[in-house]
Write a protein that binds this ligand. Structure first.
Ligand code: G
Ligand code: G
Ligand code: MN
Ligand code: NA
Length: 253
C-alpha cells in the first residue's frame, strides 16, 4: 500500500527518469540504437531500479500512466536530440498491461506526432511471452507502427515458451537473446552451440539477432564469430543518463 501511494506520488511529482544503454553493431562497433530504461529518483531511497517497483505498478495498473510518461519522454528526447544533430533510435520496454489496450498505440503515435519525432527513430521491445499471447488487434497495431517505420523487437528471447510458427507470423525486426543464453558462451561449448543455432534461427526468420547482457570481451568475441548482429551490455557501456550517453555516443564517431 505504501509502495502504491509512493508510485502515485512519483507520477505527480515527476520523479521518474530514463537512462540509456547503447547497442553496437558487430563487427563494426558502431552505435545502432539505445535502450531507454526507467529509473525512479525516490526522495528517501535514492535511485530505484525497475525490479523494485515495476511488478507493483503492473498489478495496480499504474504502469499505464508510467508508460505514458515514458512514451512522452522518449518522443521528446528523440525530437530534442534531432535538433542537436543526434539521430539515435531509442528502444522502449512495454509491459503486458500496457498492451491490453489498443489505445496504447494511439497514444504512442500521438506522442510521437506531437513531439515531431520520426517513427524510424523508435523501437518497441515486447517480451517473448507477451508476443506469443497478444491479440490479433494488437498484432495489427504493431504492424501499423512498423509500417510507419518503427522497429519491433522481441525482448528476453529464450526465457519463455516460443511457438516458432507464431514468431514467423509476427511483424518483428529484431530478436534479443536473453542474458541466460549468453552467460556461458565463452566457457561452455554447448552454450555456444545453442546460441549459434538460435542466431541461425533468428536470421532464418529474416530478423536481426541482438545479444544482451554482454559482460566480457570474450562473450563479445564469440558472438561476433557466431554471427550475432548487435550487442548490448556492461562490457560495452552501462545505462547512462542523458549527458553521459551523448558524450559516449560522440566519442564513438
Ligand atoms: O535496468 P533494468 O533494471 O533497468 O530493467 C529491468 C527490467 O525493467 C527490464 O526487464 C525492463 O524491461 C524493465 N523496464 C525498464 N524500463 C522500463 C519501462 O520504461 N517500462 C516498462 N514497462 N518496463 C521497463
Ligand atoms: O528489458 P530487459 O529485461 O532486457 O532489461 C535489461 C536489463 O538488463 C536492465 O536491467 C539493464 O540494466 C540490465 N543489463 C544491461 N546490461 C547488462 C549486463 O551486461 N549484465 C547484466 N547482468 N544486466 C545488464
Ligand atoms: Mn529490454
Ligand atoms: Na531483455
Amino acid at each position: 500500500v505504501q509502495l502504491e501511494s509512493d508510485l502515485r506520488e512519483a507520477i505527480d511529482q515527476n520523479e521518474f527518469a530514463l537512462v540509456f544503454q547503447p547497442q553496437i553493431s558487430l563487427p563494426g562497433g558502431r552505435i545502432v540504437a539505445a535502450e531507454a530504461l526507467l529509473r525512479w529518483r525516490h526522495p528517501r531511497d535514492g535511485l530505484r531500479l525497475p525490479a523494485t517497483f515495476i511488478k507493483r505498478a503492473e498489478e495496480t495498473g499504474l504502469i499505464v500512466e508510467i508508460g505514458e510518461w515514458v512514451i512522452a519522454t522518449v518522443a521528446d528526447t528523440i525530437a530534442r536530440w534531432g535538433k542537436m544533430g543526434i539521430e539515435q533510435r531509442l528502444a522502449i520496454n512495454i509491459s503486458p498491461r500496457q498492451l491490453d489496450h489498443v489505445a496504447f498505440f494511439r497514444r504512442l503515435r500521438a506522442a510521437m506526432k506531437a513531439a515531431n519525432a520520426p517513427a524510424h527513430l523508435l523501437e518497441l521491445e515486447i517480451t517473448e511471452t507477451l508476443a506469443m499471447h497478444c491479440s490479433s488487434e494488437v498484432v495489427e497495431a504493431i504492424a501499423q507502427l512498423r509500417n510507419d517505420g518503427a522497429t519491433i523487437s522481441i525482448d528476453d528471447f529464450g526465457t519463455g515458451y516460443s511457438n516458432l510458427a507464431r514468431l514467423r507470423d509476427l511483424p518483428v525486426d529484431r530478436v534479443k537473446l536473453d542474458r541466460s543464453l549468453i552467460e556461458h558462451i565463452a566457457t561452455n561449448n554447448e552454450a555456444r552451440t545453442i546460441a549459434h543455432a538460435v542466431i541461425g534461427l533468428i536470421h532464418g526468420l529474416g530478423c536481426e539477432a541482438v545479444g544482451e547482457g554482454i559482460e566480457t570481451q570474450a562473450q563479445a568475441d564469440v558472438l561476433r564469430v557466431i554471427g550475432c548482429d548487435v550487442i548490448q551490455g556492461y562490457a560495452i557501456a552501462l545505462p547512462m543518463d542523458e549527458d553521459a550517453f551523448i558524450a559516449w555516443s560522440r566519442t564513438d564517431e
